[in-house]
Design a protein around this ligand. Sequence first.
Ligand SMILES: [Zn+2]
Length: 171
Amino acid sequence: MVSQLANMVEDYVTSSRKKYALQAAPLSDAQRSVMQPFFSSAVLDSARLCVLRGTRVSNPPMYAMAKMMGIRNLPDFAAMTAITFVDVIVSHQEFTNELLFHELVHVAQYAQMDLKEFAARFVNGFIQGGSYEEVPLEKMAHALEGRFSQNAVETFSVDDEVRQWREANAL
Ligand SMILES: [Zn+2]
């Protein structure tokens, strides 16, 4: 069941990425200079941003099946502030630095694992934790976003953090 769901997440991420890549743009110079102390240039170069106006991201077609499997608490992507599909960040509101930081952590996570691994970790984390908020990939992004918003002067490498969490098998 986990691998079946992970395959569906992969498909959803791939097709959404393709869909929104066309209307997404690189970080502005101002955004880049704020993020640069924390993220590698590979992450900052690859990230593309897209702000949706008058429309929202749709939930994955797999939801019907997941519900039939008895899975509850499925995350409502349409209600989320923003979602990252590999390197394409889709937001329902204008980017603040905190929001951008959070989503770039996901870009850095995706960059260190392939989509297959990301999807498997996401589904496993969801099933074990019981909710989107309990997915370790998500908890990590929240923790690092918190560090950034409390103190943007004390810099750290998000790439190193992702590597450490992954090696410690905490993701
Ligand atoms: Zn997140």
